[in-house]
Design a protein. Structure first.
Length: 142
């Protein structure tokens, strides 16, 4: 485990995401939490404070069926950089498999901010955003 408290918060958040532990996530969120998702995703947009719960439900509705087990939900994350201002940059891979067996995976960079010992913001950058959007669109078709 890391001795840096900001990195420890981010690692705790990422492990809670992998476990789909919403209660733990809520406990780690700063009251003014912000998420910034790129356009085109079913959960795109900027979400702040209480609106993060809407985003969490949309995220789970999107990825839950495509990540049916712990291996599929595993992010394989690694800390890339840590700033003095609470910024923690992480690289990981998001992946899924649809009901027809089509698989998708893309490396992701995420910039997280920890403030007052709590997870305060998240901004994700997908290496293959167009591929992710196409995969999610196809996966939602009957």
């Amino acid at each position: 485990m890391t001795s840096d408290p900001d990195v420890a918060v981010v690692v705790d958040v990422l492990r809670a995401v992998e476990r789909r532990d919403l209660d733990r996530l809520v406990a780690l969120y700063h009251p003014e939490i912000e998420f910034f998702w790129p356009p085109g995703l079913p959960y795109s947009g900027t979400f702040r404070g209480a609106n993060v719960m809407q985003m969490s439900a949309r995220y789970e509705a999107t990825w839950g069926p495509l990540q049916p087990d712990a291996q599929a939900r595993s992010l394989g994350f690694r800390i890339v950089a840590k700033g003095d201002d609470g910024t923690v940059v992480v690289e990981y891979s998001i992946k899924g498999v649809d009901s027809k067996g089509h698989r998708f995976s893309t490396p992701t960079m995420a910039e997280y901010q920890v403030r007052e010992g709590r997870f305060a913001s998240a901004r994700m950058f997908y290496y293959d955003l167009p591929g992710m959007i196409a995969f999610l669109t196809q996966a939602r078709r009957p």
